[in-house]
Every structure is written in C-alpha cells, then in structure tokens.
Design a protein around this ligand. Structure first.
Ligand code: FAD
Ligand code: 5PR
Length: 382
C-alpha cells in the first residue's frame, strides 16, 4: 500500500526535531525522524521553558505529561556576593523548570502517540533543495519537506553550503543534576527560600557564578560558570575546594556535583545567511545556536518547529509553492529568534544579568511570544 500523505524527513531527534515531528504528524503528514545516536535520550541537566514553547507543548498535547515532573519556582532571585539584588516573581509570565531528560521523554511520547516513525542509528549526511535526504549507509529518501534539526554541527545545513558566522564568548558553563538536599541547605542558610531559582554571582575578585534551579521536588539543576581562560574555574570534574570556598552555602550540592565527570561548554552563537533552501528548512541549534542567558535555545527551537509545521501545511493546503512559503515563514518568524540571540549574546558578553531585575522590556519579549496565535503578526503590525 502506498502512502499518499505528505512526507517529511527530519534529521535529529532533539527538542527541535521531535517538536516538528509531532506537529506535522498531527497535521496529517507522514513523518520520519532520523537520530544518529543509538538511543533517543537527552544529554545535559536542567532547562527552563517560557510561554513561547509552553504554548507549543499545549498544542501538541504534551502539557499534562510535562507538568507531572516540572515546577514553577516562587521567584527568580539574583545575588551578588551573596547579597540579594532582586527577587522577581514574574507575575503574568508563564515559565517552568524541569530536567532535560524529562522534557525529551515528554516530546518522545508525544511524537510516538502522533504516529511519528523514529529511527535510531540513522545518520543523515545531507539534503538537496529538491527534497532528497541522504544517509550514511548510502541510501536516500524523497520528501515534500526536509528539516535539519541536527544541532550545532548540522550535516543538513553544511551540505547545503549556507554561509554561517560563528562567534564564541569568553564564558562557559558546566551543568549538573543533583539531589535537592533542601533540608541541608536550609540548615546552612535558614532565611533562604530554597525553592527559588537563585543566580549566585561573584565578579570581583574572580568571575565565578552558580545558577541554582530546582527542577522538581527531587532534582536540582546547577550550572557553574567561569571564563574559559580560568583553568581551575572551568576544570572538570569541578575543583570542589575552589567552588565551596566561594559558595559555602551550596557545599552539599557542590559535593554531589564533584562526583560527576561533567563537561565544560563554551558559549557560542551561530547565524546563517538563510534558514531555508528549496524544500529544506533548518531549525534549532542547526539554524540559530545561542548563548544560554535568556534560556531560549530550546524554546526558540520549539517555537520555530511549530510555526514551520503550520506554514508548510497551510501552503500545501492552498496549493502554493512550498519553497516560497518557507522563505515567507523565515521572513515572518526569524526576527523573534534574532532578538533572542542578540540579547542572549549581549548578556553573555556584558554579564549584565548580575544586576538582577532583568525580566522587563526586550529581555522578556521572546518569553512572552505566542507562536500558536494565528493573529500574532497582525497584532504586531497594528
Ligand atoms: P540538539 O539538542 O543538539 O539535538 C540535535 C539532535 O540531532 C541530537 O539528538 C543529535 O544526536 C542528532 N544529530 C546530530 N547530527 C545528526 C545527523 N547527522 N543525523 C541524524 N541525527 C543527528 N535552552 C532553553 O530553551 N532553556 C535553557 O534553560 C537552556 N539552557 C542551556 C544551557 C546550556 C549550558 C547550553 C549550552 C544550552 C542551553 N539551552 C537552553 C539551549 C538548548 O540546549 C539547545 O538550544 C537545544 O538543545 C537545541 O535543540 P536542537 O533539537 O536544535 O538540537
Ligand atoms: N538561564 C539558564 C541557564 O541554564 C543558563 C543561563 C541562564 C536556564 C546557563 O546554563 O545565563 O548562562 C545563563
């Protein structure tokens, strides 16, 4: 039996690829996701999602699953030298913290329930504008739409030869998931609200920062930032003596982190000349890797996955030219991602987040965006 449905082939089973896959499958497409790794799972520790991606999770039906093991902390607190600069309650801003494995499991379940075919050990080597995708085993496939959601080293992007600029920032981070140990932390600092996100900054005499993010009742995400030029600060496994001397109130959780190998990631931003070529589009880190300051790398990936699925489906329903529709999608949607990239890089370069009171103006525009509102562009134009 031949399948007369529209076909999408997606390279990469990360947050971008799985979101696009669920959306397209729910819009009637036949979808295959190719994941190079042997297993579908998320690397890394914790993650924060905002309204822009939470709206997409609502649409693909993944919210109940996500809610079950995630939280919204009472406030986002910023400290300098352990002195509180701000405690922002983020009223009116939808946000949630969780572990990366939990978000990935949630998206995987949604994709499977939507009828997506997910193929592990399937490495994509490239794509061509006519909608052909090629694989490491020498085979190839044809699709109406090919999506490169294969991360910062994207094979789909590189095979198309899209001009790209890469900028590296001076800071980087090592991330861990550790047990909450709330009672022990409370014993060390009884006046602290240990359910808050707490961004502990130290700039003088040495740049060292711990971003403390509760992910659920049992798990804590901690991110340890230092300049890449600081050999001891960026060492893995972490230099426990150094970190506990600067952050003694975090000793119990730093001790857990010291028992994990860890990996130091330098911040980078990549910008492409264009995100689409013929029947191929790139989304997520493949198209727009960004510094983590605004916590929007995955958020914008999921936002663009959704809007791409809507735009491609609408174009084919109307009998329009898909390549032209993809260019129009990029023209309308890209400014929101460009803004998130620019702002995240500015924060990374200036370390202005250390001042606190950051959730205003440009800095929350991406977080507040609703990519599922069909009238969103009219609202902005008006
Ligand atoms: P990836 O997650 O990289 O997924 C790509 C997938 O494609 C992988 O599974 C890979 O194995 C697969 N693949 C690669 N090549 C091939 C190939 N040739 N063929 C087949 N499969 C392939 N974002 C947030 O929104 N909130 C946060 O709080 C946040 N914190 C962050 C903290 C740090 C320190 C960093 C570095 C990033 C953070 N991000 C955050 C950003 C976020 O992690 C990324 O933007 C997001 O993971 C990108 O998703 P993706 O699906 O595009 O790419
Ligand atoms: N927010 C989050 C995060 O993980 C990081 C930053 C901000 C959720 C670092 O990993 O500012 O670097 C940041």
């Amino acid at each position: 039996m031949t399948d007369s449905r529209r076909r999408a082939e997606i390279s990469g089973g990360g947050f971008a690829g799985l979101t696009a896959a669920s959306a397209l499958a729910q819009m009637g497409w036949s979808v295959r996701v190719h994941e190079r790794a042997a297993e579908l799972r998320a690397e890394g520790a914790g993650i924060v999602l905002w309204n822009n991606s939470l709206q997409v999770l609502d649409k693909i039906g993944a919210t109940p699953d996500l809610q079950a093991r995630s939280m919204t902390p009472p406030a986002y607190e910023t400290r300098m030298n352990n002195v509180i600069q701000s405690q922002e309650t983020l009223d009116g801003i939808r946000w949630r913290t969780m572990t990366r494995p939990h978000l990935h499991d949630t998206l995987l379940t949604a994709a499977r329930e939507s009828g997506v075919e997910i193929i592990a050990n399937s490495e994509v080597t490239g794509a061509t504008p006519d909608g052909t995708v090629t694989f490491a085993d020498g085979s190839s496939a044809e699709a109406d739409l090919v999506i490169g959601a294969d991360g910062v080293s994207s094979a789909v992007r590189d095979s198309l030869g899209i001009p790209m600029k890469r900028e590296r920032s001076r800071d980087g981070i090592t991330r861990f998931l550790v047990p909450r140990r709330k009672a022990e932390l409370q014993a060390l600092e009884p006046d602290t609200e240990w359910d808050n996100v707490i961004d502990f900054w130290n700039l003088d005499p040495r740049v060292l920062r711990v971003l403390y993010t509760p992910a659920n009742d049992e798990e804590l995400y901690i991110a340890l930032m230092s300049p890449s030029a600081d050999a001891d600060g960026s060492r893995v496994p972490i230099d426990l003596e150094l970190w506990t001397s600067v952050f003694p109130q975090l000793a119990p959780v730093l001790q857990d982190a010291a028992g994990i190998q860890g990996r130091y990631y330098g911040y980078q931003t990549t910008r492409l000349e264009h995100w689409t070529d013929g029947h191929v589009a790139v989304i997520g880190d493949s198209a727009h890797a960004m510094c983590p300051a605004l916590a929007q790398g995955a958020g914008t990936a999921m936002q663009n996955a959704w809007t791409l699925a809507v735009a491609a489906t609408a174009a084919l329903d109307a009998g329009e030219d898909l390549p032209a529709a993809l260019r129009e999608w990029e023209r309308l949607e890209r400014p929101y991602t460009d803004l998130a990239q620019d702002k995240s890089q500015w924060y990374a370069d200036t370390r202005e987040m250390a001042k606190g009171n950051q959730f205003t103006g440009d800095s929350v525009q991406t977080a507040l965006y609703n990519p599922t509102d069909p009238n969103r562009h009219e609202v902005h134009a008006a």
